[in-house]
Design a protein around this ligand. Sequence first.
Ligand code: PGA
Ligand code: ZN
Length: 416
Amino acid sequence: MAAMIEDVRARKVFDSRGDATIEVEVATAEGFGIASAPSGASRGKAEVIAYPPGGIEEAIRKVEELIAPELIGMSADEQEEIDGILHELDGTDNFSNIGGNTAYAVSLAVADAAANSYGMPLFRYLGGLLACELPYPLGNVLGGGRHALGKAPDIQEFLVLPVGAGSFMAAAEANIRVHKRVRDMLLKVDPSFTGGRGDEGAWAPCISNERALEVVSKACEEVSCEVGFECRLGLDMASSTLWDPQKQQYVYVNEGVRRDPGEQLDYVLGLIEKYKLIYIEDPFHEEDFESFRELTRRVKGCLVCGDDLFATNERRLKVGVEMNSGNAIIIKVNQVGTLTDALKTVKLAKENNYLPIISHRSGETTSLHIAHLAVGLGCPIIKAGVVGGERLAKINELIYIEEILGDRARMAKLRI
Ligand code: PGA
Ligand code: ZN
């Protein structure tokens, strides 16, 4: 049995913020797999708990003493059973016992090991021979919020989506071009700009939200003309981080403005119209399914995406589907723990015309898995950043996947 698990090990490594994280290695009879967990800075309340009470050391002990003995002797292609065992061993509904990041690293290392044991790239193991569609990269070019310090914009991420690109390579190049153009423009509008960047490699200048929108919108326009296809603007407002539940207001600290839910809706509608946004993520806090519904009803041609709202959780997405809240969903596997859980959410999303967007986290390792998940699971968009080694690891892997698919490679269909 090529994929029979012979050993499971865990160790402490570091993510792009320099924080400790867990890496798991699975050895099989004829291969091996390895995966390390990313971490969020603007985590949703509905996400699973990242680590057990004893932290990473305890998570490592749990892998070696509790999880490894159960998995050794199983086949790495029994993904669903293995993910079921992780749930059983944990015994809670939020992985607070073994840790969601522990579950993530084991689950992904198992998939990685299965693919490797069969001599297949992970995307093909997951998606079969028909998995030939490359995702559009949604790239963070300017930002603030929890991903930066000082007087950076309150809005967390200003994003570019190169919707007209004919290949992944062209799309990736366009995003890099916009990122560079934004830097050149910032040098002119912000005298204090040092070239500083936030956690995801996006520029973090001391300018207002409105000024940032003007800059990125102009950079997108210019680059669209140069490359000959459309690059559109999007935002991740990460509104749960702005929301003050006591005051029932969104607090824009650097802008010095507060907005109640009605004002927030008007503000967001205004931004979508003024800047022809193609994408808006978490425009309301994570419990406000109602406002998501209202916005989705009122806009056309814009993806209304839930990140903290859904937390990659099938049950929460069901609520969204019933209420018509949003039309896109961020998929971060470690928000929910295992690959099987994430697959269920992606399936439900597709069945209900929610566009699944596979996503990095602000704290990333150089693990490549999300590049493969994008193609293997058929996610038409990947949110993976534009620059920085841990972001480019994913982008470069997709360039490689596009190359090995050769003539069969094509860009995903975007229905927006
Ligand atoms: P994270 O969030 O910092 O929790 O990874 C990024 C995002 O909101 O998309
Ligand atoms: Zn987000």
